[in-house]
Design a protein around this ligand. Sequence first.
Ligand SMILES: Nc1ncnc2c1ncn2[C@@H]1O[C@H](COP(=O)(O)OP(=O)(O)O)[C@@H](O)[C@H]1O
Ligand SMILES: [Mg+2]
Length: 379
Amino acid sequence: MEVRKEVEVDKLDALRLMAENFGNPLELVREAISNSYDAGANNIKITIKREPWEGLQRWIVKNLDDGAGMVLDEIPSNQNTGNIRNFFSLGKSMRKGETQGHAVGEKGLGIKIAFHSEYLNISTWAGGDFPLYKIRCYKPWARIFEGKLPEYEYEASADKGKPYDSHFTEIEIVGFYDNDGTHFRADEIDDYIRWFTKWGSFEERIRKHLLNEQAAIKLHLGKLRPPPSGFVTLIAPGDTSPRQIPFGHPFPDIGFDKIQPNEKLDTVISKLSGISFEDMVDRLEQAKKKHWRYIPKVGILKDIPDVTWQAIISVEGEDAKRNYNPYLRQRHRSEKYTYKAEDRYGLWFCKDFFCIHQPIMLQWRYSVKRANELVLKFY
Ligand SMILES: Nc1ncnc2c1ncn2[C@@H]1O[C@H](COP(=O)(O)OP(=O)(O)O)[C@@H](O)[C@H]1O
Ligand SMILES: [Mg+2]
């Protein structure tokens, strides 16, 4: 006799595992930005501050966006509209399949890390005649550890005294990740947003530098939503006024050097052959100040031909890097947020056009006639 059994899933354990450990509390900012982007937001305001909550100092992270908002049971007005139930459910997402090819979210997991907190407070309005929803979730993490599923309560108000002119979502998270605030300073968050969130996507660079439309279609860039025209406004410790972060990963402005745009790196280097070692060092010294254009590359995976990849290579001299990146460490140490070039520059693996995996340092050996071997290191 054949016996069939269903796979069993422990809901509580699944929730706990999702939100238990992560490398950096700023992942909350990454997930919130992804969701705002998916909701079609053009502007996001992120406020991070320490304030008393229930009598104790707590870190409070607030993410306000002008995206399409969320509904509960109503039929959403457009494909960007989010859903409150999905916000609180594991594995439920409206960002699935072809209907929203550009979406960063797809698994309904991302924002569940917010359960690792003491309090969630959400206001959202999908615009028009939709009600304004206020949702509260009290001590989700403590509940999980008491063996209970978190609960949320909501209030729908139809009154027209909407706090904003347009549809919006505001998510407030109190005491995230056991109230860990080690990374919550303006410089570090600013840098994190430009490198490790959807707001730091390099998709526009690829689009701009692709040779023709055909290549862009091959890249499926046509599916991406138009880049947000607004800013992330960041209000965080260390700043006296808000700072504004435009969409897209920063690159040095196109250089002033004589090297042809999109010239192959091999060609560039081989031009250096036949010159004296002193000349070469001199040229490299100069090259510090320069950079070569971004070199976009596209392809398909050899063994899985339905998977396409895109790459962008930006060769930047030391000074060129420093010109746009204020967080590169100078020789003297300082109290400010900084890092070494080799800790940040190198080969990155990306998803949705932003960095997700540790860089690999690239080294390139180059033999100079009659002289020593020269090792170029690329950070
Ligand atoms: N800022 C937001 N605006 C509108 N909807 C949102 C927002 N944040 C979350 N949501 C809703 O919550 C759901 C779950 O989010 P998440 O757990 O990050 O999974 P995913 O992004 O993969 O769908 C989203 O699918 C969306 O419906
Ligand atoms: Mg998400």
